[in-house]
Design a protein around this ligand. Structure first.
Ligand code: TRP
Length: 406
């Protein structure tokens, strides 16, 4: 069978695919403008998910509704998941601040996949990347790392099948592998994919994230690996696939499952912790959730009650409705009814907001209950850390001589 998903990954420094005239930017370090998600796939050289592919994943509203809408090498992952062969997921977190709703969606998706097909899940935390990319001290990044780890742990992954790695804390295994990969990465490629970087640290970082994406295979042998991420992280996958194709290491290219951004409360775009619109943090209490959504959520309602009753609202731009669609109303029929009632002017913006507030509050109450039940971080983390054996195997497969090891 030909490999239809093997579109050339466009890291060719001579290609001008990043320099087209569209007025939006999407890289791991800058998201700007009105994103055209379909055009982005052309730019990046990824494939839209087919209906068949979307059905073969464990059933999840984010796939049915194409929140995760595109991918790379998805079929190989699906075949392994269906046949019971080993398969892995890597989805990480850059600990630059408190986690909000948008950050946790891929983690809950990964957990579902793990429950349904037994996927091994790796969750890397790139504290090095965020130290380099954000204007923060190591101390502050360290605090966010510990805080974010509690959220990752609260998701409730199976410790037998889950590994959490932290770049600076697991440097004994990550650094030597990243160095091996860095040898295959030219500055021209890095610049073509990410644009100009502020420091040489960020120029090196793609080798670190490539290490994350290959880690399941280095620890446990070649296997289809899927990286479910918001589409801004695709450049990291592309770079990793390029390097993997150069046979730097005994691994196959990782695949990707690419997602849209949860809209920011004040309208379309990415939910951002750094922009103007407030985002809903995972630790938000019910009053904060209510107040934030009531005050800031952009609605598709009409200016007056009479106009709304007469003309109806527009769910496609209504942020509370979009939150239900993304994640918080899993039942398709109920979601369709909400949309219809809103269009008909029977459901008011305030009611739609309240419904969304209830759903988010219930979801976060569960998350927060699991988070609060965690004991001291070190002890909770222990069963999720790479074992000595796993570290040794990864370094062996990467061809790092034992004498060089810490
Ligand atoms: N770079 C990601 C971010 O800024 C975090 C991350 C690190 C990641 N390693 C990863 C995401 C591997 C997905 C897979 O958010």
């Amino acid at each position: 069978m030909p490999e239809p998903t093997d579109t050339p990954d466009s890291t060719d420094p001579t290609s001008d695919s990043n320099a087209d005239a569209d007025d939006f930017t999407v890289t791991p370090y800058a998201v700007d403008g009105e994103i055209d998600y379909e055009k982005l796939l052309e730019r990046f050289g990824a494939d839209p998910l087919t209906d068949e592919q979307s059905r073969r994943f464990p059933d999840h509203p984010m796939l049915r509704r194409r929140i995760f809408y595109a991918g790379r090498d998805v079929d190989r992952y699906l075949e392994a998941a269906e046949s019971g062969a080993s398969h892995a997921i890597v989805t990480g977190r850059g600990p630059s601040g408190p986690m909000h709703l948008g950050h946790v969606l891929p983690l809950y998706l990964a957990k579902r996949f793990q429950q349904e097909t037994g996927a091994t899940v790796y969750v890397p935390l790139s504290d090095d990347e965020k130290y380099l990319a954000k204007d923060q001290s190591f101390e502050s990044i360290g605090e966010h790392t510990r805080d974010n780890l509690r959220d990752v742990l609260a998701v409730g992954f199976d410790p037998e099948r889950t590994r959490i790695v932290i770049d600076t804390a697991d440097a004994d295994v990550i650094y030597p592998i990243a160095v091996r990969l860095a040898r295959f990465l030219t500055p021209a490629t890095v610049e073509a994919v990410y644009g100009e970087q502020d420091t040489v640290g960020l120029q090196f970082y793609p080798a670190v994230q490539a290490t994350h994406l290959l880690l399941p295979q280095l620890v446990a042998g070649r296997q289809p690996t899927l990286v479910p991420i918001a589409v801004d992280q695709d450049p990291h996958v592309r770079v990793c696939r390029d390097v993997a194709a150069k046979e730097a290491l005994p691994v196959d290219k990782p695949g990707a499952l690419l997602g849209r951004f949860l809209p920011s409360l004040d309208g379309p775009g990415k939910m951002s912790s750094s922009g103007d619109a407030p985002s809903i943090e995972l630790t938000a209490d019910p009053e904060t959730i209510t107040e934030t959504i009531r005050t800031h959520a952009y609605t598709g309602g009409r200016a007056t009650l009479a106009a709304h009753r007469e003309h109806g609202g527009d769910p496609t731009v209504d942020v509370p409705f979009q939150y239900l669609r993304f994640f918080f109303e899993p039942d398709d029929e109920r979601l369709a009814r909400i949309a219809a009632d809103y269009r008909a002017g029977e459901l008011l913006s305030g009611d739609l907001k309240d419904l969304t507030i209830d759903r988010i509050t219930a979801f976060l109450a569960d998350h927060q209950r699991r988070r609060a039940a965690l004991g001291p971080l070190e002890a909770e983390l222990e069963p999720y850390r790479l074992t000595d054996d796993e570290r040794r195997r990864a370094l062996d497969r990467a061809g790092i001589p034992a004498s060089d090891r810490a």
